[in-house]
Ligand binder design. Structure first.
Ligand SMILES: Cc1cc2nc3c(=O)[nH]c(=O)nc-3n(C[C@H](O)[C@H](O)[C@H](O)COP(=O)(O)OP(=O)(O)OC[C@H]3O[C@@H](n4cnc5c(N)ncnc54)[C@H](O)[C@@H]3O)c2cc1C
Length: 332
């Protein structure tokens, strides 16, 4: 017989990971479903090397470090976690929520569901050159989860916002040579970040764009950089790696294709009391939830997670006692 979970959490970002831990702390049968290969959400995918300063009790930690701490906390209990499991449908059937994963590859039943899907699946803004697809993974990349692989290499970062400026600054001292290519002479990053860049040996190439990239036999990329206003001004640059940092697009969440009827607005799923959707036993937390004054912060999801779990328990099992305090539990 198929297992029915007490609480299924959709989305393995910080809000979903903490909700999964808290639900298992409360002795629930929990399943955590994440579309990507790794847990961690935006922190893991978009800014693993940035320092986060506004999580209570944590005086500065890298994105990767925070995800590791969340993983460690989650592993205190036997939570079922499925990665590369994108929830493609949610429907209410036979008195429980039925979740379809990867268009029918798997089905899961839950007595309650907590949506923690953030801003949806991430899609990098792509470099507009003809052979972009062919080069991706062969010298051209949109993600830089591990900077150590660029040690001693010639790396070009493309873009002028925070992500590009921060990445180029971090690569200085790791890569043999770091270039920052931007179509304007000014960078759009925070002042502090631009000041930090000025103190590095990063070589700025502006106002230029990458018009062409050719993979050579020695696996280096020959970039043709073109002046944005005068196409006749071109120069070649040979690099081992091109890291495009044009930012990310998120697919509108409302077109997830789910059968369940929910109220969406520009920010996400409209919730009452910060967590309850219009459907019974279905909650939304973190960046996907929308209510007046909602802030897209890690701390917001951390606060909503216990509230949603406790509300889910009260809905599926009204006889259960209240949450109690973890300090009175013997967990080690
Ligand atoms: C560059 C940058 C810097 C930031 N800095 C800070 C900071 O310093 N402090 C701070 O508090 N906040 C910061 N934030 C915001 C913070 O990262 C978000 O508020 C936080 O990640 C939201 O967590 P979440 O769990 O709600 O969603 P997310 O982190 O977005 O995670 C959602 C997860 O759900 C998964 N998912 C989506 N759809 C499905 C589906 N259908 N099926 C299965 N899985 C699905 C996604 O793959 C993702 O892993 C920053 C954000 C960015 C982009």
């Amino acid at each position: 017989m198929e297992k029915t979970y007490d609480i299924i959490i959709v989305g393995g970002g910080p809000a979903g990971m903490f909700a999964a831990f808290y639900a298992s702390l409360r002795n629930m049968r929990v399943l955590l479903l994440e579309a990507l290969t790794d847990l961690g959400g935006q922190i893991q995918t978009l800014y693993p090397d940035k320092k986060i300063w506004d999580v209570a009790g944590v005086p500065g930690i890298s994105g990767r470090g925070l995800v590791e701490q969340l993983q460690e906390q989650l592993s205190k209990f036997p939570v079922d976690v499925r990665t590369e499991a994108k929830v493609s449908d949610i429907a209410w059937q036979n008195d429980q929520w039925q979740l379809t994963v990867n268009e029918g590859e798997a089905l899961y039943q839950g007595r309650s569901v907590i949506l923690a899907t953030g801003k949806g699946a991430f899609e990098p803004r792509r470099l507009q050159i003809e052979n972009e697809k062919e080069l991706e993974g062969r010298g051209l990349s949109y993600f830089a989860p591990d900077l150590s692989i660029y040690r001693g290499k010639k790396v070009a970062v493309l873009g002028g916002g925070d992500a590009a400026v921060d990445l180029a600054t971090q690569l200085d001292g790791i890569a043999a040579e770091t270039y920052l290519i931007h179509r304007r002479n000014q960078f759009r990053a925070l002042e502090q970040a631009v000041l930090g860049l000025e103190k590095t040996d990063v070589i700025k190439k502006t106002p230029l764009k990458v018009a062409k990239a050719v993979l050579q036999e020695d696996q280096q990329l020959r970039l043709t950089l073109e002046h944005v206003k005068d196409k006749s001004q071109v120069e070649d640059l040979l690099v081992d790696q091109l890291l495009v940092q044009y930012g990310f697009l998120t697919k509108g969440q409302a077109d997830m294709g789910w059968q369940v009827d929910l109220d969406w607005d520009a920010q996400g799923i409209v919730v009452e009391d910060h967590i309850k959707t219009k459907q019974d036993r279905l909650f939304a937390i973190g960046d996907v939830s929308s209510y007046p004054g909602h802030a897209d912060l890690i701390a917001t999801g951390f606060g909503q997670a216990p509230a949603a779990v406790n509300a889910a328990i009260a809905a599926i099992d009204p006889g259960q006692g209240g949450p109690g305090h973890s300090s009175s539990m013997n967990i080690d």
